[in-house]
Unconditional design. Structure first.
Length: 190
């Protein structure tokens, strides 16, 4: 077979080595792209799991704000006046506007303003899935609050993995707050 005029020996096509190098580079690029997609999917799953627990930082901020604005704190144990079972302690926070009650009822943490006679006026559920709630006086104006709850499980490995290998969806989490009252509420100096 004759070559056309002006055609050199190197213009016949790709060599086997060139094809292998191109295939290796393509395989590396595809592996990196697949890893990026898997990590993106895992982060999306983590973000969706965190959206099930958005209330916890807000609940802790509300408790912190109420205790810091309080003129007095009182911790009680026992029942809640016959209106249902209570677990753990009751934290009574006296504010200039009135008294608030924080208590665990079953698996819920409840915040209730109290009327003049000590009756709960409008209880509001702050957090569900509570497994533990305790209050410990640390001094005349200092209290330690321990809260444990069921939250979305955090990943134990940064590697992408199938959902079946991830483990349980829920895990128990614990928060501890050390809070001090400022005395007589925030007052006009705030």
């Amino acid at each position: 077979m004759r070559r056309p005029a002006g055609a050199g020996a190197g213009e016949r096509g790709f060599t086997l080595v060139e094809m292998l190098v191109a295939m290796v580079l393509l395989a590396l690029a595809l592996a990196l792209a697949a890893q990026l997609l898997a990590e993106g999917a895992q982060r999306l799953a983590d973000a969706a799991a965190e959206q099930r627990d958005p209330a916890v930082p807000l609940v802790l901020a509300r408790i912190r704000g109420d205790v810091q604005a309080a003129s007095a704190l009182r911790i009680e144990s026992g029942d809640n006046g016959g209106s249902g079972p209570l677990d753990g302690e009751r934290l009574l926070v006296t504010l200039p506007e009135g008294t608030l009650l924080y208590a665990r009822e079953g698996d819920r943490l409840v915040r209730s303003p109290l009327g003049a006679g000590g009756e709960e006026l409008a209880p509001a559920v702050l957090l569900r899935g509570v497994t533990g709630w305790s209050c410990h006086p640390m001094g005349p104006r200092l209290v330690r609050l321990d809260l444990s709850y069921q939250g979305s499980a955090r990943r134990k490995s940064p590697l992408a993995m199938p959902p079946g290998w991830r483990g349980p969806r829920q895990e128990e989490r614990a928060e501890t707050l050390f809070l001090a009252t400022r005395g007589n509420g925030l007052g006009s100096a705030w």
